[in-house]
Design a protein around this ligand. Structure first.
Ligand SMILES: Cc1cc2nc3c(=O)[nH]c(=O)nc-3n(C[C@H](O)[C@H](O)[C@H](O)COP(=O)(O)O)c2cc1C
Length: 299
């Protein structure tokens, strides 16, 4: 295994029997590990990181002459893509994206394991800052387990409610910046209060009685990779005929609670990010709503 700075390098291998020496693998390699030497692609690790095992060289080689192993990539991970005519077009993808809405009403029907596996395989195509993905996933499947998790999260949320008191408001000024404290006071705490109240009254405003919750976590704080993976998962859910909804309140409730993280399989050193609920939708939409960014500037 090649290593630098304790980091494993990927190992590109070129089958010169198949290689047409077109040079595309060298042209596309973002880490300059492959370059053309004496008219043929040559592997030479350079720079800080060596081969990242991003697999761009594998993907671009029409002669199927390149394989990369290492950094969790295996030879068998290379596969032929669907022909271009068999892929989503801008129109079909737009139709799918427009149809996705946050689903808060689910059929009382379990989500089969193979459907979740397929959803995760689709979400795992999400880009990551640095291959291989460090996003971890915890699947809580089955309504009873999800409700147990909801009770645990609500119990954890209850601990925040102290912050809504006058003493808590003063404390927030010291431990949070002004924007976060304002967000806590005006949005997070009132929302948590409503979720807890609803639970007491027998309504699930946290997971909406969904049969499955998927939590995305990451070894570093405030990293967007798990949020990107979660976004992909919502699109995958739509394509699989499922309803889904991103749940942002799980992460802060879990974050400071080692015991709870341990109980639900989130590694001690990991930071929970977004969660997503999924299940068979109990309502179906016929109209979209036009959406736009708050501003778009071309400069
Ligand atoms: C980061 C993030 C956190 C969210 N958290 C919650 C949540 O905790 N509960 C909920 O019901 N919806 C949650 N949502 C869903 C949004 O409310 C929803 O996406 C928004 O209202 C737009 O509606 P649509 O998804 O149907 O287009 C979240 C969405 C995002 C992007």
């Amino acid at each position: 295994m090649d290593k630098k700075n304790g980091m494993e390098w990927g190992s590109p291998a070129i089958d010169y029997g198949l290689c047409t020496k077109c040079g595309l693998c060298a042209k596309i390699c973002p880490s300059f590990t492959i370059s053309m030497e004496d008219g043929r692609p040559t592997v030479r690790h350079k720079g800080q990181f060596g081969c990242l095992a991003c697999g761009q060289c594998v993907s671009v080689c029409s002669a199927d002459a390149v394989r990369v192993t290492g950094r969790r990539m295996k030879k068998e991970d290379a596969f032929r893509l669907s022909p271009e005519g068999g892929r989503a077009t801008a129109d079909t993808l737009t139709a799918l994206l427009e149809a996705r809405r946050s689903m808060r009403h689910y059929e009382d029907r379990p989500l089969p394991r193979e459907v979740i596996d397929k959803l995760l395989a689709m979400a795992a195509t999400a880009p990551m800052g640095f291959p291989p993905s460090d996003v971890g996933v915890v699947v809580i499947n089955g309504k009873a387990r999800v409700q147990e998790f909801a009770s645990d999260i609500c119990a954890a949320m209850k601990k925040w409610m102290f912050l809504a008191s006058p003493a808590g408001t003063i404390m927030m000024k010291f431990i949070m910046d002004k924007t976060t404290a304002g967000m806590m006071k005006d949005f997070v705490l009132p929302l948590a209060g409503e979720i807890i109240k609803a639970r007491h009254e027998g309504r699930d405003w946290l997971f909406y009685n969904a049969p499955c919750v998927i939590i995305f976590h990451y070894p570093m704080k405030d990293t967007v990779d798990p949020a990107i993976a979660c976004s992909y998962a919502t699109i995958a859910a739509e394509a699989l005929g499922l309803g889904s909804c991103i749940i942002g309140t799980v992460a802060p409730a879990l974050a400071g609670d080692k015991k709870l993280k341990g109980k639900w399989g989130i590694p001690d050193a990991a930071y929970p990010s977004l969660a997503m609920i999924a299940g068979y939708p109990d309502v179906h939409y016929t109209r979209g709503v036009r959406r736009s960014f708050s501003s778009v500037q071309y400069r």
